[in-house]
Design a protein around this ligand. Structure first.
Ligand code: NDP
Length: 491
C-alpha cells in the first residue's frame, strides 16, 4: 500500500503533489451512432437537412452523427409545438404542468452521472464541474420552475398572466444542458411550448433531454429539439409562427436576431457577451480573493459570459496578488475532462481555440506581458494553457473584447473611483466582482457598477431563484427567479 502510494503520489515541481489519473468511467453513457430530430415526441428523420458529426474536443474522436435541420424540419417542429400548445399544454391545469416539470427534475437527478459524463465528453469541460455545478443546477432549475407553474397569479404580474405561445430558443455551447434548463423550464412552467436549437458542437445532452421528456411522458410536441448550425437557428427565430425568441450567445448574432425580429411582435430576450471586472481592494482577504479570481476566469476554461476576465487590483496589493495568483495557477491541472482531478479541460472547438490564440497574440503585439505556468498540453484535441496578461491598458483589445477562454487581463487602480470608472469602461454590463472586507464599501461600489449581477467576496455563484441578465451590449431581459417568468408571460 505504502509502495503504491509512493508510486502514485509523486511530488511535482514546486513541491506540489502529482495526482494519479482518476478517470470517471464513460460506460454509463450510451451514445447512439446517429440521432434524428426530436419532433412531436419522437426522434424523426430529417426532411431537408443533412448529417454532421459531433466530436469530443479533448480527443477529436467522433462521438455521433447528428442532423442539421433544414427549414422544412424547423417548420415541422414549430407546427408540432403549436399543435401541442393549442390542444393541451396551454389549457392544462397548471398543477398538472407542474407535475411534469417535477418529474423531469427528478429524472435529471436520477440520470445525473450519465448527463455529467456526456456533457464532459461533448463539451470538454471537467467532470468535476459538470458533475458538481452544471447538472445539479439543471435539476434545480426544473424543481424551481415546477414550483411556480401553479402560482403564476401570485408572481406579481397581475391576476391572470397568460402564456405567449410557441418559444423559439437558441443556446450556446458553453453550458449546453444548463442553458437548455434556463430556457425550457420557465417556458413550460408558464404554459408555452418550445422548439430549441442546441449549439452545433454540443448537441448530445439536449438529445438525451429529449429522451428524458419521453421518459417523463411529456405530451408530444411540448418540447421539440432541432439540432443544427447557425442557419437552423436563423430559420427558427425568423419563423413567423414563433411568439417568443430566447437567445444566448455572441453579441454579434444577438444583434442580427434583434434586427430580424424587430417589428414582428415577437417577444425577445437576449443574453449576450461580457467582459466582467473583478475588483480587489487592498483590505480584501487576498488568498480568498485569488481563489475567487481563479474561479472567476478559469472555471469552464473561461467559456463563461459572466467570467471575471478583467482583474482590477489596488496598487498597494498588486505585487502580493500577482505572486499568489501565479503560485495558484501553477497548481492547476489541465487535461482529460473525465479525470476527476482535472481543473481545466479542453477548449470547445478548433474555431474557439483559434480565436483565443489570435486575441492572445494581439495582446502581446499591443505590448502586454504574457505569462502561463509550465503546463504540458495533450497532443490531440484543443487546448490552451491558463494565461494572464499584465501591463494591460484599457485601450488593449484583450481588455475590451470577450476572449471566452482561460485568459485573464490584469489592470491596476489607486482609488475606488478609478476602480468603478475602469470597471464600467466596457460596452458590456453582465457581471462584476468586488473583494473587500468592508460591507459598506461593497454596497457603495456595487451600486455604482453597471452590471446585471455583482458578486461580493465570491464569483460565479448561480441559483435558480436569482435573476440573471445584462445591460448595454450584454443584452436585455432577465432569466432565472421570479423575474424570469415575465419573459414567458403575456403581462
Ligand atoms: P454564436 O452566437 O454564433 O452561437 C450561439 C448560438 O446561436 C448557437 O446555437 C449558434 O449555432 C446559433 N446561431 C449562430 N448564428 C445564428 C443566427 N444567425 N441566427 C440564429 N442563431 C444563430 O456564438 P459562437 O458559438 O459562434 O461563439 C462566438 C463567440 O461568441 C465566442 O468566441 C464568444 O466570445 C461568444 N459567445 C458568448 C456566449 C455567451 O454566453 N455570452 C456563448 C457563446 C459564445 P452554431 O452552434 O451552429 O454556431
Amino acid at each position: 500500500m505504502a509502495e503504491r502510494a509512493a508510486e502514485t503520489i509523486r511530488p511535482r515541481r514546486g513541491g506540489v503533489f502529482e495526482y494519479a489519473p482518476a478517470p470517471e468511467s464513460r460506460s454509463i453513457v450510451d451514445i447512439k451512432s446517429s440521432y434524428g430530430l426530436f419532433i412531436a415526441g419522437e426522434f424523426v428523420e430529417s426532411i431537408d437537412g443533412r448529417p454532421f458529426k459531433t466530436i469530443s474536443p479533448a480527443t477529436e474522436e467522433v462521438l455521433a452523427e447528428v442532423t442539421e435541420a433544414g427549414p422544412q424540419d424547423v417548420d415541422r417542429a414549430i407546427s408540432s409545438a403549436r399543435a401541442a400548445y393549442t390542444a393541451y399544454w396551454a389549457p392544462m391545469r397548471p398543477a398538472d404542468r407542474s407535475k411534469y416539470l417535477f418529474r423531469i427534475a427528478r429524472i435529471i437527478q436520477e440520470r445525473s452521472r450519465e448527463l455529467a459524463v456526456l456533457e464532459s465528453l461533448d463539451n470538454g469541460k471537467p467532470i468535476r464541474e459538470s458533475r458538481d455545478v452544471d447538472i445539479p443546477l439543471v435539476a434545480a432549475h426544473f424543481f424551481y420552475y415546477a414550483g411556480w407553474a401553479d402560482k403564476l397569479p401570485y408572481a406579481g404580474f397581475g391576476p391572470n398572466p397568460r402564456p405567449l405561445g410557441v418559444a423559439g430558443q437558441v443556446i450556446p455551447w458553453n453550458f449546453p444542458l444548463l442553458m437548455l434548463a434556463w430556457k425550457i423550464a420557465p417556458a413550460l412552467a408558464c404554459g408555452n411550448t418550445v422548439v430549441l436549437k442546441p449549439a452545433e458542437t454540443t448537441p448530445l445532452t439536449a438529445l438525451t433531454f429529449a429522451e428524458i421528456c419521453q421518459q417523463a411522458d411529456l405530451p408530444p410536441g411540448v418540447v421539440n429539439i432541432v439540432t443544427g448550425a447557425g442557419d437552423t437557428g436563423r430559420a427558427l427565430v425568423e419563423h413567423q409562427d414563433v411568439d417568443k425568441v430566447a437567445f444566448t450567445g455572441s453579441t454579434e448574432v444577438g444583434r442580427l436576431i434583434a434586427r430580424s425580429v424587430a417589428g414582428s411582435g415577437k417577444k425577445v430576450t437576449l443574453e449576450l457577451g461580457g467582459k466582467a471586472a473583478n475588483i480587489i481592494f487592498d483590505d480584501a482577504a487576498i488568498d480568498q480573493a485569488v481563489e475567487g479570481v481563479v474561479n472567476g476566469i478559469f472555471f469552464n476554461q473561461g467559456h463563461v459570459c459572466c467570467a471575471g476576465s478583467r482583474l482590477l487590483v489596488q496598487e498597494s496589493v498588486y505585487d502580493e496578488v500577482l505572486t499568489s495568483l501565479k503560485r495558484r495557477l501553477a497548481t492547476l491541472r489541465v487535461g482529460d475532462p473525465l479525470d476527476k482531478n482535472t481543473d481545466i479541460g479542453a477548449i470547445n472547438s478548433a474555431e474557439q481555440l483559434d480565436r483565443i490564440r489570435k486575441l492572445s497574440e494581439i495582446g502581446e503585439e499591443e505590448g502586454a506581458e504574457r505569462w502561463s505556468p509550465p503546463c504540458e498540453l495533450p497532443d490531440r484535441g484543443f487546448w490552451f494553457a491558463p494565461t494572464i496578461f499584465t501591463g494591460v491598458s484599457q485601450a488593449h483589445r484583450i481588455a475590451r473584447e470577450e476572449i471566452f477562454g482561460p485568459v485573464l487581463s490584469v489592470l491596476s487602480f489607486r482609488t475606488p473611483d478609478e476602480a468603478v470608472e475602469k470597471a464600467n469602461n466596457t460596452p458590456y454590463g453582465l457581471s462584476a466582482g468586488v473583494w473587500t472586507e468592508k460591507g459598506s464599501r461593497i454596497l457603495s461600489i456595487a451600486q455604482r457598477l453597471r452590471a446585471g449581477v455583482v458578486w461580493a467576496n465570491t464569483f460565479n455563484k448561480f441559483d435558480p431563484s436569482s435573476p440573471f441578465g445584462g445591460y448595454k451590449e450584454s443584452g436585455y431581459g432577465r432569466e432565472g427567479g421570479r423575474h424570469g417568468l415575465e419573459a414567458y408571460l403575456d403581462v
